[in-house]
Design a binder for this molecule. Sequence first.
Ligand code: IPE
Ligand code: IPE
Ligand code: MG
Length: 242
Amino acid sequence: MDETEKSDLPEVIPTHIAIIMDGNGRWAKQRGLPRVEGHRQGAESVREIVRCAGEAGVSFLTLYAFSVENWKRPKAEVSTLMRLLARFLRDEIAELNDNNVRLQAIGRLTDLPDFVQKQLHESILATSRNTGLTLILALSYGGRVEIIEAVQSIIREVQLGHLDPAQIDERVFSAHLYTRYYPDPDLLIRTSGELRLSNFLLWQQSYTEIHVTRTLWPDFRKREFQAALNDYANRERRYGAV
Ligand code: IPE
Ligand code: IPE
Ligand code: MG
């Protein structure tokens, strides 16, 4: 990004942005195309937004790419999404490395088909030394199941005598979530106008600022991203205080 573009950015930039990338199907439907064309175009938005987030100085970007509920979709759509995901993971390694982006993933990753898991681990490893933006893909992710798994892991530690129940506080609990290495999101963006969380980062987003746009994900590009940053910069975060 050159200097004039940098000066377009607001002074306050969120450390962690989470995005519910929604509206691929509707984007395709509006054009009389199959839903998968929306997913294909959506992958282009991912490329552009990852680049913009890095350039803006965002430290963490979490993208909701596939929810635990999304397994309920028709088999053909799920398998196309899995193939697109594996291809994206393979094709983006060079670009991620060029941009100093470190890839991570959260969710029930062992639910993913083997070929996706293999490519995912390969791409994570190939970008693990990068020190710029951390890109976190939420895959087979569900907020409730994440919380249940945290509870189970805490109980195991208690049973083993490694944890005293009296010590369990918000910090200990957070340390058992998939997101233990990342700060809570400062800004949540949801595209396509839906006003719901859809089981995304339920614990982590208790004080996240929310920006909803009617723009469908395949049309969400740099200008829309900058508008979200400007919206965030004008928020007053009070965390219940006055
Ligand atoms: C988001 O777009 C992508 C995924 C959930 C994988 P959708 O596929 O949900 O698109 P709409 O909401 O049906 O338009
Ligand atoms: C949320 O979108 C999940 C992802 C973007 C991966 P959905 O399209 O699945 O959510 P609902 O069904 O509209 O709540
Ligand atoms: Mg949707």
